[in-house]
Design a protein around this ligand. Structure first.
Ligand code: KG4
Ligand code: ZN
Length: 341
């Protein structure tokens, strides 16, 4: 089975051909990503209208390239999948309308995909990860701990009460004058910084459960930055290191609580989403997993951020699990929880 996936929910236009080969190394036949980072960098964040126009400009080219790289034509494709939510409505419409049109013209079934489900199944695209597993999904807009029992069977254990971790990385980076997206910039500067120089209080220490909160850390970072008169390169590195360290400490504390809330005895921990590219976080989660004798899986760095391979793969997982294809009148959904798929 070969599926063409399309992703356009935020600032990457991506198309990918993925097959259901038993060997994970042979599944991704192409994964073309046209990033809009340069377009949005000067504004310090994604401008939805510009993003939608850029998707329109890029999508045909990206699809053609993905087919070419995979060595196939639309006639060789068994199904078309596209992200229909959650995300920015303009971008979602571009990808969904394009996929539905191909579906009609080529008479191929269409599968509407939830972007978050794409992130959470990415590790299963790359490795043999058995269900059930404990999931941390951490991206620019979402922060969720969930117990993943099977395809489409997701139990949320905890979520952020305010900002997502990625959003917080981006905002602190902006305060430090780093380019968008801020996560990679903070990680880079943290390498040269002292993680103990600035004090941050770990959030929600007395709260039950495994919910999260990042806006207090953002405010603390702001106060630290404002307390320095002429901020130097080293100050920025030290703030980055101290901030990243507290984020990792907090997340590893909360995942331990999330693990205690699981009921299906998961033997693996999976992290996914853009922030999963953070090496300090991966190390913290690996240490946690090892201390509980759990296997730890993180997607390769190239598949942590938005891409269409995860969308095509999610369609394959859903087809294999027996879920029906989507009607062509399915709507795009800017908000769409993984528990409502
Ligand atoms: O999953 P993603 O590509 O897009 C969304 O669906 O949101 O995640 C993007 C987020 C951004 O906030 C970006 O700053 C963050 O992931 N990110 C990182 C790193 N790489 C990307 N955050 C921390 N460390 C990184 N290395
Ligand atoms: Zn994403």
């Amino acid at each position: 089975m070969k599926v063409l996936g399309i992703e356009s929910s935020c600032d990457e236009t991506s198309a990918s051909v993925v097959c259901d080969d038993v060997n994970p190394d042979h599944r991704i036949l192409s994964n073309i990503i046209n990033s809009q980072i340069q377009l949005h960098a000067k504004y310090g964040g994604v401008i939805p209208e510009y993003a939608a126009r850029s998707h329109v400009d890029a999508i045909d080219k990206v699809i053609n390239e993905s087919l070419e790289k995979a060595g196939c034509t639309l006639d060789d494709i068994d199904a078309i999948a596209a992200t229909v939510g959650p995300g920015l409505i303009g971008g979602l419409l571009v990808g969904a309308v394009c996929a539905k049109t191909i579906s009609i013209v080529k008479n191929k079934p269409f599968m509407a995909i939830n972007h978050l489900e794409g992130h959470l199944l990415t590790s299963r695209l790359c490795y043999d990860v058995p269900f059930p597993f404990l999931l941390l999904l951490t991206s620019g807009g979402h922060f969720i701990f969930a117990e993943v029992l099977g395809v489409g069977k997701y139990k949320i254990l905890g979520e952020t009460l305010d900002d997502a971790a990625g959003e917080c990385f981006d905002k602190v980076a902006k305060m430090l004058g780093f380019e968008y997206p801020g996560g990679p910039a903070i990680q880079k500067h943290a390498e040269f910084g002292d993680p103990k120089r600035f004090q941050f209080t770990v959030p929600l220490q007395k709260r039950e459960g495994c919910d999260a909160s990042f806006s207090g850390l953002k405010t603390a970072a702001k106060l630290h930055i404002e307390s320095i008169e002429n901020i130097s390169y080293q100050d920025k590195c030290d703030i980055s290191a101290s901030f990243q360290a507290v984020v990792v400490k907090f997340i590893t504390k909360q995942i331990e609580k999330a693990y205690r809330m699981t009921t299906s005895n998961p033997r693996s921990v999976v992290v996914s989403g853009g922030v999963a590219a953070n090496l300090a976080l991966r190390k913290g989660l690996l240490n946690f997993s090892e201390s509980y004798n759990l296997k730890f899986f993180a997607p390769p760095l190239s598949l942590c951020s938005d891409n269409a391979a995860m969308i095509a793969w999610t369609a394959i997982e859903r087809i294999r699990a027996g879920y029906p294809f989507s009607e062509l009148n399915v709507k795009t959904k800017p908000r769409w929880s993984i528990t409502e798929i």
